[in-house]
Design a protein around this ligand. Structure first.
Ligand code: ZN
Ligand code: FE
Length: 768
């Protein structure tokens, strides 16, 4: 071996990201020995810290190797290196794995579920391997984690794998330091692991027979429930219109697009445009659903209708690989009824099977799922990954808000739809997975269980609760039931604070919160808001003009009613008012059960209905989705289209944007048979231009140049893609959510920042 002439140095290397519970330290050790380094690697407060000594060049190459090809379950987010001269102290004889630090964090470290790795897949497809076609193959860097862990620490006895005693082979690998299954808590094989079972309408099967039967039923156009990692999926072939129709009926899901699981990335690329960022997301250990531009539309028309996007994802459980290799792409949708929580228990899927004749079979196994985790949903917008739903593969990773160091532990209760609860400890926030809408009784039970589970898992006893201002949110009622002191955070302030928390902004910013609905402190419905926001407070600086809408939950989904209200507001008189218009006019005239609303979401609904794109929404936000699809299908380029008119005035020191001129123009142009797609595009341009206009006015008045945009309306990719460059061109720094969804799934993080800052600044909760 050639003698290196480099100087010998000491380096302390801190690695951040998903680096614990994924076999990172053994990997570091192997690599360090390869590069002739001495020292130690240890876990510390959620990071991995390496103290290494060796030749300078070796250390550099070691870091390159480590970050360039980390172990498969790991995601490296950041590396800090401090190099100092080797002080001449005698080097350690070897490179060792030190005991974990004793901080609270390390004792409560829990990794999200990790997709099966390439090494395991290779073994699974190698005839003669003891884990050949084993549906539960895993290793130190892959497999289920959070979904099967009862308590901490992460030991087999604390997981639902404890029921499976290790065979001689697995036991030997588990204890062999040189084996990649050393201390892999989920290790098992064909002779000792869980066994598949299938139950169909005319018989049952076990083991390989169960898998074969499920595959043949799916291939023949059947519908099969398949046990996954965070719950059951219901699957069918996407090219089979009758099967997809049956599945829609089974789930009570009329039109919302289904996501498709593909056997491999090539299959996705044949149908969708996939850039490098999107490919990286698809292949990441979390294996989220990624909304992709859908270019070649095969599949049945009822899979995703006219959607511009296809939600695509890759198999993450070995069982899914075994199935999809045979069947090709599958619709894989959570087993649940509309917005109820996903089914995870064998008993519950049995009951579902008994009562739903449309389900042809259930492919299951004995490994219990302890925690419900839906598939996460992401998209790449403005070249950045963005969440629509944060669940499997990400939960329970904490988020850190440095300004909240020393904050007393909080319970942040989230909102009502897409509810998420979070428990916090100092500067760390542990958001739950999305728990569905809290309207259903089942959802509320799951919500309570989840709060209890997170608190006990992370040893957090909240001292305050933080909740939404809305008095009727089930989550706010729950906050009060706990008996703890309650801090209230206004809904749109929480949206903006979620963006500020993610980007570490601790200052005043312009906040643009556009969503469906939120409770305003003045008792009206807010939802098209411009805020001057700091972490711990805000002022309403501007908003969309409040329009009188019909109250009642049913009206929210009836976009035609919303449209009639906006038309009444814009004083549009149709020549021959139909029955519906008369109903709405009578209701508005009587003034009974009407509400004033500045909601941006309802504005999108109204325009969608006026353009005939969505009269009645069958899922939340459908009006906006159809409007975006129509705009995207328009052949006119955004740069060649013009915004529609609107006016910006002032009322009591608050900027008020009136969209009535826009509604008038949409109506008039539509009467002139201008295509809906072009008008939809022009409407998007209008909203972007309005945001830009108001932000510039606020900058002139208040000297603020950072804009945070959040709220469910910003799930609209086209709107985000039109708005960001407009703002950036005139010198704004623009921030969107990247770690939590812009919809109400992000509220809990915002509540943490807003409520927590009040605790820290106001001295609440300090022990004396
Ligand atoms: Zn593996
Ligand atoms: Fe909201």
């Amino acid at each position: 071996m050639a003698q290196s002439t480099d100087a010998s140095v000491a380096a302390e290397i801190t690695i951040r990201g998903v680096v614990q519970g994924v076999g990172f330290r053994p990997y570091v050790q192997r690599l360090a020995r390869e590069y002739r380094l001495t020292g130690a690697v240890r876990n510390e407060s959620g990071h991995v810290v390496i103290a290494a000594r060796g030749q300078e060049g070796d250390i550099r190459r070691f870091i390159q190797a480590l970050t360039g090809r980390p172990p498969s379950g790991a995601t490296v987010d950041g590396v800090e290196t401090k190099v100092s001269e080797d002080g001449g102290t005698p080097p350690a004889p070897d490179f060792v794995i030190a005991d974990s630090g004793q901080s609270d964090f390390d004792r409560t470290m829990m990794t999200p579920d990790i997709a099966v790795c390439e090494d395991c897949l290779r073994e699974m497809t190698t005839p003669g391997d003891p884990r050949y076609r084993h549906p539960f193959i895993s290793c130190i860097s892959c497999g289920p984690r959070f979904s099967i862990a009862g308590t901490l620490p992460w030991d087999r006895e604390n997981t639902t794998m404890k029921e499976y005693a290790l065979c001689a082979l697995c036991a030997a690998q588990y204890t062999d330091e040189a084996d990649r299954r050393c201390h892999a808590q989920t290790v098992c094989c064909n002779s000792c692991g869980p066994v598949l079972n299938y139950r169909g309408r005319d018989g049952a099967a076990e083991g390989a027979g169960a898998l074969d039967t499920a595959i043949s039923v799916l291939k023949a156009g059947g519908i099969v429930a398949v046990k996954g990692i965070g719950g059951y999926h219901i699957a069918c072939r996407p090219a089979d219109e009758a099967a997809v129709g049956k599945l829609r009926f089974l789930k009570g899901r009329e039109a919302k697009p289904f996501a498709i699981m593909f056997p491999d990335l090539c299959g996705i690329k044949k149908l969708c445009r996939v850039d490098a960022k999107e490919a990286a997301l698809l292949l990441s250990p979390a294996r989220p659903i990624v909304l992709l531009d859908w270019v070649h539309r095969d599949f049945a028309g009822n899979v995703a209708g006219t959607s511009r996007y296809l939600g695509a994802f890759l198999p993450y459980a070995p069982l899914q690989h075994l199935i999809l290799r045979e069947t090709g792409p599958l619709v894989m949708t959570s087993a649940n009824i509309s917005s109820e929580p996903i089914i995870k228990d064998d008993g519950a899927i049995e009951a579902f099977f008994e009562t739903h004749a449309g389900l042809d079979g259930v492919l299951s196994h004995g490994r219990k799922i302890l925690r419900r985790l839906d598939d996460s949903v992401t998209a790449v917008v403005n070249n950045k990954a963005r969440f629509i739903r944060r669940a499997r593969g990400y939960v329970p990773l904490p988020m850190e808000v440095e300004a909240l160091t020393g904050c007393p532990p909080l319970l942040c209760c989230g909102a009502q739809t897409k509810s998420i609860a979070a428990v916090t400890n100092g500067s760390l926030c542990y958001p739950s997975a999305e728990l569905g809408d809290l309207d259903g009784a089942g959802s509320l039970d799951v919500y309570r269980e989840t709060v209890a589970d997170l608190s006990s898992l992370f040893h957090i006893a909240p001292r305050y609760t933080v909740c939404d201002l809305h008095p009727d949110y089930a989550s706010a009622r729950y906050a009060r039931e706990t008996g703890l002191p309650v801090l209230e955070v206004q809904h749109h302030h929480a949206h903006i604070a979620s963006v500020m928390a993610e980007h570490g902004l601790n200052e005043r910013v312009i906040g643009v919160a556009f969503d469906g609905t939120g409770y305003g402190p003045d008792g009206t419905v807010w939802g098209g808001e411009f805020l001057l926001a700091a972490p711990d407070g805000f002022a309403r600086a501007g908003h969309l003009k409040a329009v009188r809408l019909l109250g009642g939950d049913a009206s929210v989904n009836q976009c035609w009613k919303t449209a009639a209200c906006y038309m009444a507001d814009a004083e549009i008189k149709s020549q021959a008012p139909g029955e519906r218009e008369k109903i709405v006019q009578a209701a508005l005239g009587g003034g009974v059960n009407t509400v004033f609303s500045s909601s941006a979401g309802r504005l999108f609904d109204a325009v969608a209905a006026i353009l005939g794109l969505c009269e009645e929404a069958t899922y939340e936000g459908q009006g906006a989705v159809e409007l975006e699809n129509a705009a995207a299908s328009c052949t006119v380029k955004a740069g060649d289209a013009l915004p529609l008119p609107y006016t910006v005035g002032e009322e009591g020191g608050c900027i008020v944007a009136d969209m009535a001129p826009c509604i008038k123009e949409v109506w008039a142009e539509k009467e002139r048979d201008v295509p809906a797609g072009l008008l939809a595009l022009r409407f998007h341009l209008t909203v972007a231009s309005l945001i830009d206009h108001v932000c510039r006015r606020l900058r002139a008045e208040h000297g603020l140049a950072k804009v945070c945009l959040s709220g469910g309306v910003f799930q609209n990719r086209l709107l985000s893609e039109l708005t960001a460059p407009l703002l950036e061109e005139c010198g704004f720094e623009v921030f969107f959510n990247e770690k939590v969804p812009p919809n109400d799934g992000g509220i809990a993080l915002g509540q943490f920042y807003a409520g927590g800052m009040r605790c820290v600044r106001g001295g609440f909760g300090k022990t004396d």
